[in-house]
Every structure is written in structure tokens, then in C-alpha cells.
Design a protein around this ligand. Structure first.
Ligand SMILES: Cc1ncc(COP(=O)(O)O)c(C=O)c1O
Length: 422
């Protein structure tokens, strides 16, 4: 059977052990092909039910009593669940703030504890721009000779562990990277990169935004020190869902948050006038958590735990290989290039394509073809695979529709003007 046949896609879906999870999500339009779960995951049905209950019963009925009936504990409770997805202990993760704010808290904490002589923060140019901004802001704030060193990718898609190893040395205070690169989908070799940097005495800080819920991560086995990540992509936590942070148990007493807020205080309801950090991971909280958003996010995290990372990764690998095969057969001849590593072991759960008309093509897909990918300037279209709900038939049909947009030049009717969010 040709991989191009819809029967083959249907056969793969029928044999999919994760297939039943699709029914856990709100799918209003069966004709819409949603390939943007790597940006904002679909809405879990349970999230809507949980938020309704929280609004009506807890907020509406229990009012301030809700704090002692689950709200106050929620950053740690969700942290404990995420910990199981990233190879951490329940006392090593909390949910709070945004990724950018958590990254700031952790990198500043790390720089404040850096030994004399270690004055560089090393990262790479595949990292998410917000991370680069935060890292630069942190070294500027720290002053005292701290500087940011950005390792350049030679092919624009990957940065090998050997290249990073030659950039990390006895002057490195922190190595901070995105585990999966937002644009190309390149997956760093987290264990190898961590081991090398640690052997040289640097702290290692991973951004797991594009890997949590899709790619196996074992922070403890790797000996990673610090990590941050978001919950609105593969964890399906909802728009603006709070992020998480991880601090290795053995480091928690040594590091402290530069945002000395009351939720990180040893006993906030003593209202002591002097700040004393809480003994464990709680010290990295700052202020009142967004309770409704936390409860909504918990529903999505629970679904990922039920499906299990090994099964999710296995399906994601098969689906991204399937997508790359379809690209080779039908999109490459139409001028679309592959902007992700060819080797599936080097990819996260999205596949990127390049075309000079990438922006207008993505507009035509959304507006004329009912396919939602996303666009990353200047010319990259990302197809996100979320194995909890993406089907092989959707990938198949998404490629057919893209083929039509290209063959019939449907994109030429669209303007080059970009909306605020792409
Ligand atoms: C890898 C990565 N890091 C950081 C961020 C920014 O996260 P936040 O908006 O929560 O600060 C994103 C957002 O998409 C991201 O993809």
C-alpha cells in the first residue's frame, strides 16, 4: 500500500493504542486539521468541567475558604505531577509564573552563587528569543564581568553536543538551552550535554517548553541542575497557563530567588517583616498563583500522565516519520524544503518546512484550507504533532491540502501583512 493512500492512514489510526484519547478533547470542527498543539494544545473536556466547578462551587460558594481546600497547595501539587514527566522528585518542581519569569529567577539565582572566575552564561542561537532576552538581561543586571556567549548553529537547524562542549569551559557559570529548538524542532542530547558541562563545573539549565509531554526527559538521571517549561503546549493547559520550574534537590538550599515574594517565604502567614526563604522548592514561588488557570492546566497534565510518555513518544516518532515521508513524495517536488533534522532521533514533536512564500502559504492554509499550522519568520511553517489527539488521517489530509495550496497557488491571493500573533 502506498503511504499516500488514505486507507493506509486509516489503518494506522485503527491500530493506534492512544486513539481513544482524542475523545477527551473538545473538537468542534471535525474538518479542521489542527497542527499547532506545539503552540497551544487543544482544550481537554475535563478542563472545562473543572473550571466550571471551580468557578461555581469553589470560588462562588467556598470563597476565601478555598485557599485551605486545595488552592494554596496547587502549585506544589501540579509540580509533583509534572515531576513524573521529567524524571524529577515531587519536591523538586513547582508551577508558577511564566517561563520567562521562571528562567529569570533561576538564572539570577545561579549567577549569584557562581564561584569567582565563572562569569559566562553559554547558550545557542536556536534558543527561544525570549530566553535570550532574559539571559542577556540577567547578565547585565549581575554586572561584575558577567557576559552572555551565544553559540551559533552552522546549519541553522542543529548544534551538536561537541560544538557546545568546545564552548563550555572553566569560565562557564551556566549553560542554558532549549531542549527542543522552537524553530527547527532539533532535540539536544540532554544527557550528553549535561554530563559534559557538569564535568567542567558549570550549572545546567534546560528549557523544556517544547519537550515536556512529548519527549522523554530524565533530569535526575542526567544530573541536570535547573529547568523551566510551559504547560500550554503538549500539556494542553490552556492559553496563558502558568509555567513550571525545577531545582535539583541538592541545590535548593544554596540558591534563592531574586523575587523575594511572600509565597516563597518560610511561613507567609506569620507576616514577619523580614524575608526568610522557605526550606525547599517553595522558595522559588513569588506571589499569589492564578488558581483558575492552575486547575484548568491540571486536567491536561493528568491526561498526559494517563497516556504515558513512552507511548506518546513512540506515536510521535511514527507520525513525524510519516509526515516526512509524505513531504518527500509530494511537497519537496513543489519546492518545499525540510527545515528539521532528517533523523527522527534528533527531532522533538514538530516538523518544520521552508518556502520563500511561507507566510502567505500559512495564511492560505488557515483561511482557505481549514488547516492550522504556524509560521515562524522569515520562512518557516511548523506542523506540530500532538500524539494525544493528532491522527494519521489528519496528517495525510493536511499534506494533501498543502499540496493544493501550492499547486493552485492559492497563497497568491493573500497579503504579506502579518498579524500580531503568527
Ligand atoms: C522554548 C520556549 N521558551 C520560552 C517561551 C516563553 O514562555 P512564556 O511566554 O511563558 O514566558 C516559549 C513560548 O512559546 C518557548 O517556546
Amino acid at each position: 500500500v502506498s503511504i499516500r493512500s488514505v486507507e493506509e492512514a486509516r489503518r494506522l489510526d485503527a491500530a493506534d493504542v492512544l486513539g481513544p484519547f482524542r475523545a477527551e478533547f473538545v473538537i468542534e470542527d471535525e474538518g479542521l486539521i489542527y497542527l499547532d498543539g506545539n503552540s497551544l494544545g487543544r482544550q481537554p473536556r475535563r478542563a472545562a468541567a473543572r473550571v466550571k466547578e471551580a468557578v461555581e462551587t469553589e470560588w462562588g460558594g467556598r470563597l476565601v475558604r478555598g485557599w485551605n481546600e486545595g488552592w494554596y497547595a496547587s502549585p506544589g501539587r501540579l509540580g509533583g505531577k509534572i515531576a513524573r514527566l521529567i524524571g524529577a522528585g515531587p519536591d523538586e518542581v513547582v508551577v508558577a509564573d511564566s517561563v520567562s519569569v521562571n528562567l529569570f529567577k533561576l538564572v539570577v539565582a545561579a549567577l549569584r552563587s557562581a564561584p569567582e572566575g565563572r562569569r559566562t552564561v553559554v547558550t545557542d542561537d536556536l534558543n527561544f528569543p525570549s530566553d535570550l532576552y532574559v539571559l542577556k538581561g540577567a547578565v547585565d543586571l549581575a554586572g561584575d564581568g558577567f557576559r552572555l556567549e551565544v553559540v551559533k548553529s552552522e546549519d541553522g537547524l542543529t548544534v551538536g553536543a561537541d560544538v557546545l562542549a568546545s564552548a563550555v569551559n572553566g569560565e562557564t557559570a551556566v549553560l542554558s538551552l532549549s531542549h527542543v529548538a522552537f524553530k527547527s524542532g532539533f532535540l539536544h542530547d540532554l544527557p550528553a550535554v549535561t554530563a559534559d558541562a557538569k564535568a567542567k563545573g558549570a550549572l545546567v539549565l534546560w528549557d523544556l517548553s517544547h519537550s515536556v509531554g512529548a519527549v522523554p526527559v530524565d533530569l535526575e538521571a542526567a544530573g541536570a541542575d535547573l529547568a523551566v517549561g510551559c504547560t500550554y503546549k503538549y500539556l494542553n493547559g490552556g492559553p496563558g497557563a502558568p509555567a513550571f520550574l525545577y531545582v535539583r534537590r541538592g541545590l535548593q538550599q544554596r540558591l534563592s530567588s531574586p523575587i523575594q515574594g511572600w509565597f516563597g517565604q518560610r511561613d507567609p502567614f506569620d507576616f514577619a517583616l523580614e524575608y526568610r526563604p522557605a526550606p525547599g522548592i517553595t522558595r522559588f514561588l513569588a506571589g499569589t498563583p492564578p488558581v483558575l488557570s492552575l486547575l484548568a492546566a491540571e486536567a491536561g497534565i493528568d491526561l498526559v500522565l494517563e497516556a504515558g510518555i513512552p507511548r506518546l513518544r513512540e506515536k510521535s516518532v511514527r507520525q513525524s516519520k510519516y509526515l516526512v515521508s509524505l513531504w518527500e513524495e509530494s511537497l519537496a517536488p513543489l519546492g518545499v524544503t525540510l527545515r528539521s533534522p532528517r533523523d527522527v532521533r534528533l527531532r522533538g514533536s514538530h516538523v518544520s518546512f521552508g518556502h520563500a512564500e511561507g507566510f502567505r502559504i500559512s495564511r492560505a492554509l488557515i483561511e482557505d484550507a481549514n488547516v492550522i499550522p504556524d509560521f515562524r519568520a522569515p520562512d518557516t511553517i511548523r506542523f506540530g504533532i500532538t500524539p494525544l489527539y493528532t491522527t494519521f488521517a489528519e496528517i495525510h489530509e493536511g499534506v494533501l491540502r498543502l499540496e493544493r495550496v501550492l499547486a493552485e497557488r492559492l497563497y497568491e491571493r493573500h497579503t504579506k501583512e502579518r498579524p500580531r500573533v503568527t
